[in-house]
Structures are given as structure tokens and as C-alpha cells.
Ligand binder design. Structure first.
Ligand code: ADP
Ligand code: MG
Length: 591
């Protein structure tokens, strides 16, 4: 399937594509500073609480019930810790949403910029995987991991401060020496995780590619009874991912567990010994000793936290590297900048043009055609003769492999063609968005009134007026909630709304009933005024509506010119017309 790019091409009033993507830094600001700030507040408040409770206990033991100030402080500490704990996930959630949208938009922009051929070279499955899964992982890492991990490293030292100030300086010094092990552990882990997460990422990419292939070729697989075989392939790829994940987890989990346990044991037993010693020597009361123990638990929690976040951190980093790598691919010059041309005045011309799909031979070649300003051309020919391919080329979805598309002065690249054409495809592309958003793709500035007016003009008026949700109606995946005829009319409405100099229509009325067809053809006739319209059609009866005709056969143009002139030639069109007339006369005769 060709990459359907035109629908996302910027429309009237759309900010132009802003050009080069060299040396990319992955976009989106991560909420590291607020998250670290909040986490620091939470740990300080919790440590304070531990100290307060110990002091309270000591006071009670000494028969001095705590004063009102003590209760106030406890309440304050609880409030601070609680607020922080509630806010951290909110901050992370918000930043994640923003980052995801930002990075995906950037990738999409980039996919447009490198052009359909480069896009296909990378493999569509891999592209989708990068935009979905890799972005997810990267965002989870940047928004949800970096801040908490940093906070986890800082927290123990804050707690240590509380021990030093409120309990005992020498105990703090001894625990501090143990804490210096934390950065060593963190660095060691990064080494360890990097190698195995690479293998995992490759397996994941293969799965996505195989799966996408299966999806795209579902019809073909069904026809050839090959779905079982493909299923096995997908299952094998998925199995490989599972194996890699398990390896990654098992290895890391084990090491984590051992280090965690060792560290916990060491820290807690040291703290217990210290507490016992300090209480025994009278430096601390029983409450103070318990505070010391509680604080050492606090120092431990962040280490566990770092451990459980490592999986996210490492897969997130590889995802980020992958996204950065994708974003540094060279943009295709013709995809980047649309030339300033006026096709309404100059017409559109093809010289020895050839084009094909990702796999090899040219589907059309040796095409010499002129579409003068304001001309209305019908393209006819047997199925598979290259009509749709010609329209895809003219709409900038395919690159030429030879020859020139030009406006008599300059060659037109895919970007220029995308900006200057509006297409109605044979199978029109509708997106799983609302009716309004599907139309706004063509013109982000269009008002509801314009949209509704247009829906009426393409014969969707009655349908629309009966809708409860109006323009907010969700269309479902690929416009699944519309009938073929409705989808096609909507695609026509979108093409009209796009208001481009060239209107390309691939059998635009094939799914319509006779009444609607007449209505739509009339609309197309009106909006076609002053534009170049190129229509693939099988309706020989309508040929009189077109001033020019192009006949295609096996990827070549075999006849082209003014309709009357071509009809007068002894050739495909004259023969087809004669056969058609005989047929309709026969039908007429039987009545
Ligand atoms: P038409 O629209 O006249 O029926 P097409 O332009 O769709 O013909 O097809 C012309 C040729 O290009 C055919 O041989 C067809 O197999 C091939 N082709 C069409 N679409 C694709 C595609 N997406 N990938 C590879 N080959 C294609
Ligand atoms: Mg076709």
C-alpha cells in the first residue's frame, strides 16, 4: 500500500513545514525539576515526622505530654508529605501527555520530510513501532523516571541531614559512609542493563514489522490460505520478544535482589547497632533510637525505588536513542520545501515520467502529458493499467523514478505537488477522529458553517441533520462507521474544502447511487471551475463532460488529447465507445 501522505499535508492557513532536522534533540521538556522538588519535600517531611514521633515518645516516657506546638508540627509534616505524594503523579502525568503528543508530532513531520521512498525503506512496521512503542518508553523514562531516580539519589542525604541535626552526628557519619555505596550501585546497574536491553529492542522491532506485514497483507494471506503460516511467524517473533524480556528481567531482577538485600541488611543492622549503642550510652532516648531506625528505613526505600525503575530507565534510554537516530535521517529536499508555483495559470506537465512502488519495476513509464490550465481530463483504461499510480504521482505520494513533472518553468517535487493537489482516492482515507477533525485536515481554518454547508452540497445533508453528535461524531477506525458511499462523499467534501489548484479524483462516484452521483458530479463541475481536474472514470456515458481524455494501458499512455479528437481516432477509446453504445442500444431495444 502506498503511503497516504497528502491528507496530512499542510492546508490553507497552516503554518508551513519549518524545515531541517539536523542534530536533533528529542523534543519535550521533562518535569525533572518539579518532580525532584516535590520528592525532596516529601522525604524531608517524612524524615521530620520520624524525628517528631521519636521526640514525642521520649516526652511521653518522661511523663511530659507533648505540647501543642508538637501536634502542629506533626500536622504540618503530614500535610507536606501528603501534598507532595498527591502532586508527583499529577505532574508526571501531565508532562507525559505533552511530551507524547510533541514527540509523535515531530516524528510525523519527519516522516513527511524524508519522503515516501525513505519511509518504505525503513519498513512501515518499524516506523509505526518507533512512533508508538518507542515514544511510550521514552516518555515514561523522561517524564516518569529521571525525576524520581534523581530524587531517590538525593533523598538519603536529606535523611542523613536530619539524623545529624536532630539525633546524633557520629551516627550520621557512619550511615553516610554506607550511603556512598548507592551511586556505585546505580552506575554498575546501568552498565549491566544496557547490553541486554539492546537485544530486547531488536526483538521488539522484528515483532512489530512482522505483525504490520501480516496486517497489511491480510487479504492476500486469506486468499492464499497462508494465514496459518503467517500466524506462526508472528507467534515466533512474539515468543522471541518474550524470551528477551524474561532474560532481561530474570538477570536484572536477580542481581537487583541480591544487591538490595545485601544493602538493606547492612544498613539496617548498622542502624540497629547504632541505635542500641546511642540509647545505651544515653546519647538518645528510646524514642530517639526508634527515630534513628525509622530514618534508616527511609534511606533504604529510594534504593528499592531505583531498582524497580531500572527496567523503565534502560529501555527508555534505548528508545530515546532510536528516536534520535530516526530524527537525524536526511530529509528529502523535494519533501521539505514547496515551491511557489501557480498551477491554475501554468497547467501541469509530465515529461517522460516513470514511477513505481518500493519493490522494483516501474508501474508507469514514458508518460508525456499536459494538463492545461482549467482543463478537465478523464483518465480511462483497464484495471491495473496505472491510473491510480498516475494520480498518486501527481498528488506527491510517489516519487518519480525518471522524468519530470513541471509547470513549464520548474520541476515540481513531492512537497510542491502535495501542496497543490487535493485527492479523492478510490478507497478514501478517513481517520479515527471526529467528523470535524477529518474535515479540518483539509483546512484547519474552516468554520463549522462552512463544513456543514459542504456536507449538504455533497449529499450528506440528511444524514448529517439526523446525527445527534453533529460534527463531533467519531468516525471510527478508517471511517468504519460510514458506508462506502458516505465515506466517498466525505472525502469529496474534504477535497473541495482543501481548495487546491489541482483536483484529483479516482473513480469518485463509483460507490454512489445514480441520484447522488448526478449531485456530486454537478458539485465537482462547479468547484472544478478554474482548476485542473483529473478524474479516473469508467463511465463512458459521462465522457462528454470532460474536454480531454487520457487512455492508459499496461503502465503507458496509449491515447491522449481532446475528447472529440481522440474519439475520432481509430483506437481503444473509439472501440470501447462503440461497444458501449451497442450495449446500451441492446438494452434499449429490449424494452
Ligand atoms: P489502476 O488504478 O489503473 O487499476 P494501478 O495504478 O492501481 O492501476 O496499478 C498499476 C500497477 O501498479 C499494477 O501492476 C499494480 O499491481 C501496481 N501497483 C498498484 N499499487 C501498488 C502498490 N501499492 N504496491 C505495489 N504495486 C502496486
Ligand atoms: Mg485504480
Amino acid at each position: 500500500m502506498p503511503t497516504q501522505l497528502h491528507d496530512i499535508a499542510p492546508g490553507r492557513g497552516h503554518p508551513a513545514y519549518h524545515g531541517g532536522v539536523s542534530k536533533v534533540i528529542v523534543p519535550g521538556s521533562s518535569p525533572t525539576v518539579p518532580v525532584v522538588g516535590l520528592a525532596v519535600i516529601v522525604s524531608a517531611a517524612t524524615a521530620w515526622l520520624a524525628v517528631l514521633l521519636g521526640a514525642g515518645l521520649d516526652a511521653v516516657l518522661a511523663d511530659r505530654p507533648p505540647a501543642a506546638a508538637w501536634y502542629l508540627q506533626v500536622a504540618l509534616a503530614l500535610l507536606a508529605a501528603g501534598t507532595g505524594l498527591v502532586l508527583i503523579p499529577v505532574v508526571i502525568q501531565r508532562a507525559s501527555g505533552r511530551m507524547q503528543a510533541g514527540v509523535r508530532a515531530r516524528l510525523l513531520e519527519h516522516y513527511l520530510a524524508i519522503g515516501p521512498l525513505a519511509l518504505a525503506r525503513g519498513g512501515h512496521g518499524q516506523r509505526v513501532n518507533t512512533a508508538m512503542d518507542a515514544v511510550d518508553r521514552m516518555v515514561r523514562y523522561r517524564a516518569g523516571f529521571t525525576g524520581p531516580a534523581l530524587a531517590a539519589v538525593i533523598t538519603p542525604f536529606i535523611v542523613l541531614g536530619f539524623v545529624a541535626v536532630f539525633l546524633d552526628a557520629s551516627a550520621a557519619a557512619i550511615l553516610g559512609i554506607l550511603l556512598l555505596l548507592v551511586p556505585v550501585i546505580v552506575l554498575g546497574f546501568q552498565r549491566l542493563f544496557r547490553s541486554s536491553s539492546g537485544a530486547y529492542r531488536r526483538a521488539q522491532g522484528t515483532l512489530a514489522a512482522v505483525f504490520m506485514d501480516a496486517l497489511r497483507n491480510l487479504g492476500m494471506l486469506k486468499l492464499n490460505n497462508a494465514s496459518g503460516w503467517m500466524g506462526t511467524k508472528v507467534a515466533a517473533a512474539a515468543q522471541n520478544v518474550r524470551v528477551q524480556v524474561m532474560k532481561l528481567l530474570a538477570r536484572n531482577q536477580l542481581v537487583l535482589l541480591v544487591i538490595d538485600a545485601t544493602f538493606a541488611l547492612l544498613l539496617l543492622s548498622t542502624a540497629a547497632l547504632l541505635a542500641w549503642w546511642k540509647v545505651d550510652t544515653g546519647v538518645l532516648g528510646v524514642g530517639g533510637g526508634l527515630s534513628l531506625l525509622a530514618l534508616s528505613f527511609l534511606m533504604l526505600a529510594p534504593v528499592n525505588y531505583v531498582g524497580s525503575f531500572f527496567y523503565i530507565g534502560m529501555t527508555g534510554r534505548t528508545a530515546q536513542e532510536r528516536i534520535t537516530q530516526v530524527l537525524t535521517e536526511e530529509p528529502h529536499p523535494g519533501m521539505l520545501t514547496a515551491l511557489k508555483v501557480d498551477l491554475r495559470a501554468t497547467g501541469l506537465h509530465l515529461e517522460s515520467v516513470a514511477a513505481g512502488y518500493e519493490d522494483g519495476a516501474d508501474a508507469i513509464s514514458g508518460i508525456n502529458l499536459s494538463f492545461p490550465a482549467g482543463s478537465r481530463t478523464a483518465v480511462i483504461g483497464a484495471s491495473g493499467s496505472g491510473k491510480s499510480t498516475l494520480l498518486r504521482l501527481l498528488s506527491g505520494q510517489l516519487e518519480t523514478s525518471a522524468g519530470l513533472v513541471h509547470d513549464t518553468r520548474q520541476a515540481l517535487g513531492t512537497a510542491t505537488l502535495r501542496w497543490n493537489t487535493a485527492v479523492v482516492e478510490q478507497n478514501s482515507t478517513l481517520f479515527a477522529m471526529s467528523l470535524r477533525e477529518n474535515l479540518a485536515l483539509a483546512d484547519p481554518q474552516a468554520t463549522d458553517q462552512e463544513m456543514i454547508g459542504l456536507l449538504h452540497r455533497v449529499g450528506l445533508g440528511d444524514w448529517f441533520e439526523a446525527l445527534e453528535q453533529g460534527l463531533d461524531l467519531p468516525l471510527g477506525e478508517g471511517g468504519a462507521r460510514l458506508s462506502g458511499g458516505q465515506g466517498q462523499r466525505l472525502a469529496i467534501a474534504r477535497a473541495v474544502l482543501a481548495d487546491r489548484p489541482v483536483l484529483l479524483l479516482d473513480e469518485p462516484t463509483s460507490a454512489l447511487d445514480v441520484h447522488t452521483e448526478a449531485q456530486v458530479l454537478q458539485l465537482l463541475g462547479t468547484v472544478g471551475q478554474g482548476r485542473i481536474t483529473i478524474t479516473v472514470t469508467h463511465r463512458l456515458s459521462m465522457l462528454a463532460d470532460y474536454d480531454r481524455v487520457v487512455v492508459m494501458e499496461a503502465g503507458k499512455v496509449i491515447q491522449a488529447g481532446r475528447t472529440q479528437a481522440v474519439l475520432a481516432q481509430d483506437g481503444y477509446l473509439a472501440r470501447a465507445m462503440a461497444a458501449y453504445t451497442r450495449r446500451s442500444e441492446r438494452i434499449g431495444g429490449h424494452r
